[in-house]
Design a protein around this ligand. Sequence first.
Ligand SMILES: Cc1cc2nc3c(=O)[nH]c(=O)nc-3n(C[C@H](O)[C@H](O)[C@H](O)COP(=O)(O)OP(=O)(O)OC[C@H]3O[C@@H](n4cnc5c(N)ncnc54)[C@H](O)[C@@H]3O)c2cc1C
Length: 456
Amino acid sequence: MHLLCHASKPGNRAVGAITGTIMAQNGIGCARGWCSTWVEGPVFNSYASTMVDHVLIVGAGQAATHAAETLRRKGHTGRITLLGDEPDLPYQRPPLSKKYLAGDLERDRLLLRHRPYYEEHRIDVRLDTRVAQIDRANCTVQTADGASFPYEVLVLATGSRPRRLQLPGADLAGVHYLRDLSDTERLRAEIRPGAHAVVIGGGYIGLETAATLRHLGVEVTVLEMASRTMNRVVAETVSRFYEAEHARHGVNIELDARITALAGDAQGHVRAVVGTDGREWRADLVVVGIGVLPNDELAQAAGLSCDNGIVVDEFCRTSDAAIYAIGDCSNHPSLHYGRRVRLESVDNAVEQANTTVANILGTPTRHDRVPWFWSDQYHHKLLIVGLSQDHDRQVLRGRPTDAAFSVCYLRDGELIAIDTVNQARDQMAARKLIAARMRPDPVKLADASLALKDCV
Ligand SMILES: Cc1cc2nc3c(=O)[nH]c(=O)nc-3n(C[C@H](O)[C@H](O)[C@H](O)COP(=O)(O)OP(=O)(O)OC[C@H]3O[C@@H](n4cnc5c(N)ncnc54)[C@H](O)[C@@H]3O)c2cc1C
């Protein structure tokens, strides 16, 4: 049992003033001693000392596993249960489009932890266990096979799923999505040198997959509907650098591409992707990477506030004070940027898990982070820090022709984000400068011979 002593009460501005912005309901909440009467507007939750024994985590991916590990590491002695619907022990997803797809990483090395770790740390991991319902009144969850698990604190870490292609032929054999280990293994089984692949979507997943397929000798075409790749997340200079690199490796990237159907052969296997202008791209296999959707249906059905993900407050708490939501499935307020975001990255999964554990263990902690993300394509490392939307100025550091450069984003003179290509040094410094809301000198910024930290 672990003694929880939540200190939030009227007068405690550190917590009380920021807990009440979420709409919620009255009288539901499980951790003993919590007063979970929530209304719209400032609310001061009062927590008595609370003994929490059982933390139940739904999902067994990156966020869930980190939450469980951190709970133990930080001294939670009560029960921890992870319910995951996949057949494998929790694993890392990033290699699924990179080294694991390429065959350069053994399956075992994907695992976040091996079986003995969970046993030694008394983390009860139930695989192949899909949670079908949350009964908030009785603080239990029901699984698809009819089992019931009680909780005192519930953490939803259900992740996201690929957006499906809605076109004729989208269900033909040979059409792939990449989310789970089994998706990558199915794709790998179809890869043959000289085969023709069409990747639909020029975002990270699509481009990483294209690079890996090319490395394996596949003839690859990427179809991107926008006028540049990764257009939502990187500067145009970065898009153009990667488009040139893909072209140099023999990948055919088609921008402004509009498709209307996938055509199949007599056996029901894909054979081409068809454009709106009637053009056909030969496809022995197709990989679709057109974004993801949050797995928030379970929360919606339980009456939790959801809007492009499960809505949480600064403490990662949902509209039910006994339930947290973390990782890809959660929509949280970014204190740094002053708006709500739903992020899909390992960093976000890990850091939201850290915040949640601190709150469960009685240290009221606001989630206040500058996010970062990485992507590996060929031998290039793209690192992005911060959120660049709303910038009013870009400054280029270094030259794309040297394959080592950064794009800094400023808003009213403040550094708000950076894209770095093969410039890890800039990325580390930028994390500090952005968090501290520094206003670097744009002229110095443009001088790549100066260290980023010396530009302020
Ligand atoms: C191919 C690929 C490459 C990526 N590359 C990068 C990268 O380079 N850098 C980076 O930062 N991020 C990358 N990501 C994103 C990163 O992996 C995710 O952001 C991260 O895994 C999110 O963690 P999560 O715990 O929120 O979700 P997940 O890791 O997806 O875990 C959620 C788990 O919950 C399970 N689940 C869902 N509903 C239920 C239910 N009702 N009952 C039980 N279980 C349920 C799911 O099946 C899943 O196992 C990549 C993702 C993919 C797919």
